[in-house]
Design a protein around this ligand. Structure first.
Ligand code: EPZ
Length: 418
């Protein structure tokens, strides 16, 4: 098993272009199923979650080819609607195929999704939304079977939690439902806006993404489209927190600063200097990071849960105390034990975690527990004294393209040891 070998304490400098957003491209690739013909997706990151999604598309009968960061998907020959267990287990976001297959094929069968272990990952909101649209859904030998009911029609859906995945599934299913569907209580993440823009490019009549209420006029046939995926705001937050922890000055391009405002304001409060342009963020950090007011994760535009571990890792090696409250997932502190091995002082009580900066972490042998927890260990290692080994890199590869190479390009002493 390979691992990252990181010598901490070297300030970072330079500029980095951020790859396309994992959490945007996955639903967009599923949306390619909605129409026969060839869609072209640019700025598609090379991640294991993306490869898994392309494998599912191929298994369903589509052609899916990658040429650098451009992926073409031809869904003309879509002929299957069941996704085998081994592919579903690879990642939770494969549940997004539910709405897309229901729209295009009128039926689907998939096993319960796998993915990061972030506590229970129910899909009750996905299923109730699709049932309200008229889908018949039942369980058969551990697989989820779903088919278009007799009266598949648009209607008002109300989400009790602004679930990103449930919002996306409802959008994709509604495209195949004649009539108007409104989604009240929808997630407002930028990735939802990106999906809306792609669906519009396919000819869908859809409005409201980025607000709590979406409107989809479904039932009309759609056509393939060409699209450029937005930059990955969580990857950007990762490189910025790495620079904040290690010190120095870095410029991140290819991401809209307004998509990570909550993270940028925390870094500013911690003592970093930030300058932003339309498509660029420059961060400078020269003194130890300071404690900041409580960080409470929340649905967008609140502080993103995906950046919780990453910011915690940077602050753990600073000075002063910061309270974190993880309100989105039940157990998203699996990285804490690993940070403690590096000398971090973090007290967890339920959803709360009190981080007391220890001035400087020290290197240790640590292992990734999940995607963002693994990235957090790299961030911590960059600012730590001495050498750190980060193992279980498969978690990191799910959501980061060339994390080590990119940090090395910014001056970090990090390499992958086979
Ligand atoms: C998406 O996951 C992202 N994944 C996650 O990013 C992100 O952390 C999350 O949204 C929140 O922003 C992708 O987009 C592929 P949710 P998703 O449905 O859709 C509960 C990463 O690191 N819930 O918004 O699965 C759920 O348990 C990943 O890139 C239900 O109760 O998240 C959670 O507590 C990790 N019932 C909360 O809602 C449901 O039917 C938010 O989950 C669905 C969700």
């Amino acid at each position: 098993m390979s691992y990252y070998e990181i010598q901490g304490g070297r300030p970072l400098s330079g500029s980095l272009a951020i790859h396309g957003a994992k959490n945007s491209v996955l639903p967009i690739l599923a949306a390619c199923l909605l129409a026969p013909g060839q869609s072209v997706i640019h700025n598609c990151p090379d991640l294991s979650d993306v490869s898994a999604t392309l494998d599912i598309l191929r298994l369903l009968g589509c052609r899916a080819d990658r040429d650098g960061s451009t992926v073409t998907v031809d869904a003309t020959a879509l002929c299957r609607c069941n996704i085998p267990e081994h592919l579903m287990r690879e990642m939770r976001s494969s549940v997004i195929f539910l709405g897309a297959l229901l729209s295009r094929m009128g039926e689907t069968e998939l096993s319960y999704p796998g993915g990061c272990e972030l506590g229970p990952r129910p899909i009750d909101l996905h299923l109730s939304a699709l049932r309200l649209l008229g889908a018949e859904i039942w369980e058969e030998q551990g697989a989820l079977c779903c088919r278009r009911g007799r009266n598949l029609r648009g209607r008002e859906l109300c989400l009790s939690i602004p679930s990103v995945g449930a919002t996306e599934n409802a959008m994709l299913a509604a495209c195949g439902c004649p009539g108007l569907t409104t989604v009240v209580g929808a997630a407002q993440e930028p990735e939802i806006v990106d999906l809306q823009n792609f669906l519009r490019a396919m000819g869908a009549k859809i409005d409201g993404a980025g607000t709590p209420t979406l409107a989809i006029e479904g039932g009309a046939p759609l056509h393939p489209a060409e699209y450029w995926v937005m930059g990955d705001r969580v990857a950007a937050a990762t490189y910025l927190c790495g620079a904040a922890a290690a010190g120095g000055e870095v410029s991140i391009t290819g991401v809209a600063p307004e998509t990570l405002t909550a993270v940028l304001s925390c870094l500013e409060e911690a003592g970093c200097t930030l300058r932003t342009g339309p498509d660029q963020i420059v961060l400078a950090s020269s003194a130890p990071l300071q404690g900041i007011p409580p960080v409470r994760t929340a649905p967008y535009p609140g502080f993103p849960t995906d950046a919780q571990a990453i910011l915690m890792a940077a602050l753990a090696g600073g000075e002063g105390a910061t309270l974190f409250v993880e309100n989105i997932f039940d157990s998203r502190y699996r990285h804490v034990d690993e940070l403690r091995r590096m000398g971090a002082d973090i007290q967890v009580a339920g959803r709360a975690a009190m981080v007391s900066g220890v001035g400087r972490l020290h290197g240790a042998a640590v292992r990734s527990t999940d995607l963002r927890g693994g990235a957090a260990l790299v961030v911590a290692a960059l600012g730590a004294e001495g050498a750190t080994q980060v193992s279980e890199l498969r978690h990191i590869r799910r959501g980061y393209q060339d994390l080590d190479r990119n940090f090395r390009a910014l001056g970090a002493d990090i390499r992958e040891v086979p």
